[in-house]
Ligand binder design. Sequence first.
Ligand SMILES: NC(=O)C1=CN([C@@H]2O[C@H](COP(=O)(O)OP(=O)(O)OC[C@H]3O[C@@H](n4cnc5c(N)ncnc54)[C@H](O)[C@@H]3O)[C@@H](O)[C@H]2O)[C@@H](O)CC1
Length: 496
Amino acid sequence: MIEAWSPQDVYAAEAALEDELASGELMARAVEGLAELVAARVAQLGAETVVALVGAGNNGADALYAVAHLAEAGVTCAAAHDPDRVHQGALEAARAAGVVLVTGAEALEDVAEADVVVDGILGLGGRPGLPAEAAAWVAAISDDAHVIAVDLPSGQAADGSAFDPDGVLADETVTFSVAKPVHLLPPTEQACGSLTVVDIGLAFDTAPAVVRLGFDDAADLWPVPGPDDDKYSRGVLGVVAGGERYSGAAVLSVTAAVEAGAGMVRYVGTPTPEGLVRAAVPEAVHGEGRVQAWVLGPGLDTTSTRREATNQLDVARAALAGEEPVLVDAGGLDLVDDAVIEARRDRPTLLTPHAGELATMLTRLGSGPRARSRTEVERAAVEAEPLRHARALADRTGMTVLLKGATTLVVPTDPSEPVRSQADAPAWLGTAGAGDVLAGLVGTLLAAGLAPADAGALGALVHGVAADRASGGGPVRALSVAHGIPAAVAHLLTRR
Ligand SMILES: NC(=O)C1=CN([C@@H]2O[C@H](COP(=O)(O)OP(=O)(O)OC[C@H]3O[C@@H](n4cnc5c(N)ncnc54)[C@H](O)[C@@H]3O)[C@@H](O)[C@H]2O)[C@@H](O)CC1
């Protein structure tokens, strides 16, 4: 599991440890790990020149001390800096080690020619917007350079809230002690490249802000049946999906649920998808009955007035009014109104919108617990600040929100619980029907008794792994992802 703590918690943990250590010891630990990684990369790439971009704070000091180590080892190093705003001790150490200290036009030339750039402009203490001189350094970085960010790519928000296209886009980031939200959250994660965490000994007594499950966590969480289990104890899932317009969604959701190991799937549909499900998934049973959880919505038509469709919608509404855990997806999201929000208070509910659906829901319901502000929310705004908007929907509805995307976010109702962020899927998974598969897979985990946030994060991980294996590096269709779930789960359970 990768765990990320908020900048405030990191500063508090640093302050507590600094009290126990000799002055400068913490930074020395950080610098040692950073210098080791940069040296390894220089050797690996056969790089000839390294340039550090140096800001006013401790982040700049880290970069300066690291290039001082490299210069002592014989690597040609320069440091672009502002002489009036720089850590003087680190500057002296760099000068003594033979680092060429450059400013103005000379700095821009050196940056443009560097094989490796070490970005120490801003770290945890950075406010949005790069200083003008530093922005010019960043613009001068060659496309061919290997960029190593110290702690985080400068210009990107440490809490992961805002991406700056003119900020540093790193090939890799070296962070200290623990990850920070910037490394795990969209939209800033894309600027970090691969992540290395250098242990400097910080300890935390607060919950992390963001967590990302790994394969071992997935193996621990996955519900494995025991000898006393039967189809009922493993979890019966009700699926209300598909209509006369989007009939295939039902096949995809029900297939995924069966492949994910639901004890039984009860399907409620309209004639066309029902015929397809009968033909494609003989394991499914048809019509209502007792279930342990519901999936409501993939391909569901909430506007049809045909008798079969209104009967199907009645089942969905009854499920929303009932006690069992519910996953609400796609068309089902239109059914979530104030009456449903009230009825489902304290009952496990997982909403699974993509960015466009989340924007539509926030526009319709308004944001905040009392829905004071009813303004139009655009899809682009959700994509620019996914966590803020997903949190707004979780606050407004009291329901856990899984926001689908290249990185999937799961936002629990309790703000003190960590946000889950999973990025396990190849981009090929952005294909029609992938969301229907996710709904069936996550619904199965709800029926097995997992809490919504765990079911959402684990389901997103397995969905991504199944897609990765089915893709093999090429295109992948949603049905192949559903059929790939058993092998993906087996891989996770047996690899250690
Ligand atoms: N505190 C510690 O014990 C440790 C800190 N470490 C490093 O220290 C960093 C944090 O250091 P700081 O708190 O000094 O923060 P930063 O190094 O991020 O820099 C903050 C400084 O930059 C200025 N600044 C911030 N945003 C600006 C902007 N947009 N435009 C112009 N100036 C701006 C601030 O006024 C301040 O002087 C971490 O990211 C990490 O690299 C590591 O050495 C590990 C130990």
